[in-house]
Design a binder for this molecule. Structure first.
Ligand code: PLP
Length: 374
């Protein structure tokens, strides 16, 4: 049975070149970047070259990149320090953020009694910018936290526009860019934004490593204490093989961006055409022109199919997702779709199909065939 992986928003296959780079670092460059002997200096040089390479792709300075263990850690750090150290009293976010943001804000709200306001979400999953502007008219020290590409529906936030609005109202702007880094060009020199986060396993790099972009002179303070790594902002010996692998993965992603994007978009269009042909009543959760690697669809199946659909596809070797990864396998409705769909539609089966350049039209055909047999 051919296995078909269509869950690339959850995680991606690691590129062969990335594995080779990581293997080389683990076998040959095992020094601790903080050691002053030649092994350490060699490791330090790989660390700093990785930082420079990542910074170059985002058009920022290397000092503005802080390595972390994942996107979740980077989100937690930025939001917590913004409240604790930058004295942010109010955070404007949305109910469709990833739990790495939503649950962190709930914790901060109870620990520091900050005000958390949720900007309205349109039925197509887009953020209501008019509502954001209205919310910004208060005088309190504020941070706006809105994700770039939604991990369940692929709806896109206009980072530049929101950045300009935040600047105009003199508020801080943080964006969870975990789904978009490595998949679209982001010029952080041109966008007025204070903080973004990334996670290597979403762009064909290893799991367990990510980074935060922290604009120069932000005033952010560490939440971990220990060594002086990462300019004292993130203590703990750097996972050099992971970091080098991440830098290599980002380099490949951006070098191949145009060809891979065109290829993936073509697959997505093929998927939409096939679904239109086989399941004429299907609906797209979000917008047709959402992010090119993702499609969230509401299938015209009865409610009783909801619980078993993933299991059925899995039995046929096909991996897709229902909502976000952390919820797949459970029948808890997606908190993102809950903001967009009617209670009746929420009970019906929705699937997130997320693609990569490793997929083929045959994968789509196998998915559609499997859906037809449900
Ligand atoms: N933010 C978004 C939008 C995500 O999709 C994910 C991963 O599912 C995360 C944060 C968490 O990233 P990590 O797995 O690196 O902790």
């Amino acid at each position: 049975m051919k296995k078909v992986y269509l869950d690339n928003a959850s995680t991606t296959a690691v590129r062969t070149e990335v594995i080779q780079e990581m293997t080389k670092v683990m076998t040959e460059d095992f020094g601790n970047p903080s050691s002053t002997h030649s092994f350490g200096r060699n490791a330090k040089s790989i660390l700093e070259l990785s930082r420079k390479s990542i910074a170059k792709h985002l058009n920022i300075t290397a000092q503005e990149i802080i390595f972390t263990s994942c996107g979740t850690e980077a989100n937690n750090w930025i939001l917590r320090s913004a409240v604790k150290d930058l004295k942010v009293k109010r955070i404007i976010t949305s109910k469709i953020e990833h739990h790495a943001v939503l649950y962190t804000l709930m914790a901060l709200q109870s620990e520091y009694s900050i005000q958390v306001d949720y900007v309205a979400v349109k039925p197509n999953g887009e953020i209501d910018i008019t509502d954001l502007v209205q919310l910004l008219s208060q005088e309190t020290k504020t941070l706006v936290s809105l994700m770039h590409v939604n991990n369940e529906t692929g709806t896109i936030l206009d980072l530049e526009r929101v950045g300009r609005i935040c600047k105009q109202y003199s508020v801080l702007f943080h964006s969870d860019t975990v789904q978009s880094i490595g998949k679209t060009k982001i010029d952080l020199h041109a966008i007025p934004i204070d903080f973004i986060v990334a996670s290597a396993h979403k762009f064909h790099g290893p799991k367990g490593v990510g980074f935060a972009f922290v604009r120069k002179n932000s005033g952010l303070q560490p939440i971990f204490y220990g060594g002086e790594q990462e300019k004292g902002l993130r203590a703990g010996t750097e996972a050099l093989h992971q970091i080098a692998g991440m830098a290599k993965a980002l380099e490949y992603s951006y070098t191949n961006l145009e060809t891979e994007r065109a290829f993936i978009l073509d697959l997505k269009n093929y998927l939409v055409t096939q679904l239109e042909f086989e399941f004429p009543g299907f609906l797209i959760n979000g917008t047709v022109d959402g992010f090119y690697n993702m499609l969230n669809v509401l299938l015209p199946f009865s409610e009783d199919k909801t619980a078993m659909i993933l299991f059925h596809l899995d039995m046929k070797g096909i991996a897709v997702s229902r909502g976000s990864a952390c919820q797949s396998g459970t029948i808890k409705p997606s908190h993102v779709l809950a903001e967009m769909l009617s209670p009746e539609d929420l009970k019906k089966p929705s699937l997130r199909i997320s693609l990569s350049h490793y997929n083929t039209k045959e994968d789509i055909d196998l998915l559609v065939e499997a859906l037809k047999s449900i």
